[in-house]
Design a protein around this ligand. Structure first.
Ligand SMILES: C[S@@+](CC[C@H](N)C(=O)[O-])C[C@H]1O[C@@H](n2cnc3c(N)ncnc32)[C@H](O)[C@@H]1O
Length: 419
């Protein structure tokens, strides 16, 4: 495709993504469905360019002020993630000069806001929770893209075999440093077409998300509830840990998300999973299971800010008010879900948020209101589940992962045992 035509398409894509009215991954895949003429390399460059703009939106918007023509075209030129020589071929003389000028600006001269690229409310909240070094480490980690992690389905195979089969399909991977079930893949290969994926030997799941299942560590024959199962990322890991025995309820209020679990379940070979849509967290099903369940995972609806590497649009689509509402809902869900546990049972509360308000604050309030639930040490639980270097993930008894420290998404988990 001619570079100018490619820049026109990039301009169009950035216009769509810039509306921020839908998740960026949905906008990008809808856009590609409309533009069948694009090859894989062009799609990759376009998607990465859109994501680069979302990651450093304030900086690019600031730099784009000095140019002329459509704003989105200037953003695309500044953030271009494909072949530099190719795209330069599509630029007019003025654009070439403008780009050279912008590139020569010393980035150290930029204001703090242009360096962290976050709305004020979010920068304020993170600075409140992290020290200066932690804050800037977090910022740096969020400006890179995330790796593709897979969880090996131990019901069907083992990590060595899965790795060898991926290699046969031309996909190189390495064992994840913490999760004993994880493989980290180089680049973004077309995994979904490989036999090893279609057979259900591997599933896409961030290493941190695998560790949340390790915090639950369900055993064969147990009664387990995944309260906020969504599309079932953790459900599948829990079901495999149970060796497809016992009963695993996959609850969610969103039927559309639960529908997405079905094809994954079919591949997984699990027969112990029972998906059910709830009307709300106080649904009658929850009452009926009161005092009957061995393990409950509450993978709560949250800001998702621990996944900013994958979903950089979140920081622009969320607001301080939305966090307030989420915190209220998280407390309500935990309060209702805890009723299902039998004495001796384990409750796990988890988020993919780095904000203390959604994490420690919810866990501390729950502990204070429920003396019958005793907090368990996350480091010990992870070690017992076979997680390597478990101590590195222990933060005052809670589990915490950071992209900059552990190379995985930012997760939090608290676990309690019911007396
Ligand atoms: C973090 S996501 C779950 C992701 C999922 N566990 C996975 O691993 O793929 C949170 C889920 O909570 C669900 N949810 C929101 N409000 C809920 C409620 N009141 N009761 C149960 N689930 C709820 C959302 O529909 C969403 O699917």
């Amino acid at each position: 495709m001619h570079p100018n035509a490619l820049l026109d398409i990039a301009t169009e894509l950035l216009r769509e993504v810039g509306k921020l009215d839908m998740p960026a991954d949905v906008v990008v895949s809808n856009f590609f469905r409309k533009h069948r003429e694009l090859g894989p390399r062009e799609r990759h460059a376009l998607a990465e360019t859109a994501y680069a703009v979302l990651r450093q939106r304030l900086l690019f918007q600031h730099l784009a002020q000095s140019g002329s023509g459509a704003l989105e075209r200037r953003l695309a030129i500044l953030a271009w993630q494909g072949n530099e020589t190719l795209i330069r071929g599509g630029l007019g003389q003025h654009e070439q000069q403008w780009l050279n000028g912008v590139r020569s600006i010393d980035r150290n001269s930029f204001s703090e806001k242009l360096r962290h690229n976050m709305p004020d409310w979010l920068a304020g909240a993170l600075k409140n929770d992290l020290d200066d070094e932690g804050f800037w480490n977090f910022v740096a980690s969020m400006s890179a893209s995330a790796p593709l992690d897979l969880r090996v389905n131990m019901l069907k195979t083992n990590r060595d075999k899965a790795q060898a089969q991926l290699r046969e399909a031309g996909i190189e991977s390495t064992p994840t440093p913490y999760s004993p079930w994880g493989l980290r893949v180089e680049g973004k290969p077309a995994l979904q077409k490989t036999d090893v994926f279609l057979r259900g030997d591997v599933e896409v799941q961030d290493e941190g998300s695998q560790l949340l299942a390790a915090m639950v560590s369900p055993k064969r024959g147990e009664m387990v509830v995944d309260f906020c199962a969504g599309a079932g990322g953790k459900t599948l890991a829990l079901g495999a840990a149970m060796r497809s025995t016992g009963r695993l309820y996959a609850f969610d209020v969103n039927g559309h998300r639960l529908d997405k679990l079905k094809p994954r379940l079919a591949r997984s070979g699990l027969s112990n999973v029972h998906p059910a849509q709830l009307t709300n967290e106080r649904d009658d099903r929850v009452k009926r299971l009161s005092g009957k369940i061995d393990r409950v995972l509450v993978d709560a609806p949250c800001s998702g800010l621990g996944t900013l590497r994958r979903n950089p649009d979140l920081k622009w689509r969320l607001s301080a008010k939305a966090i307030d509402e989420l915190c209220e809902l998280q407390a309500k869900i935990l309060e209702s879900a805890c009723r299902m546990l039998k004495p001796g049972g384990r409750l796990v509360y988890a988020t993919c948020s780095p904000l203390r308000r959604e994490d420690e604050a919810i866990a501390e309030a729950f502990s204070a209101a429920h003396p019958e639930f005793q907090l368990l040490d996350a480091g010990e639980l992870l070690k017992a589940a076979g997680v390597e270097r478990a101590d590195e993930l222990n933060a005052n008894g809670y589990m915490r992962s950071w992209p900059h420290a552990h190379g995985m998404d930012g997760f939090f988990a608290a676990a309690w045992q019911k007396a």
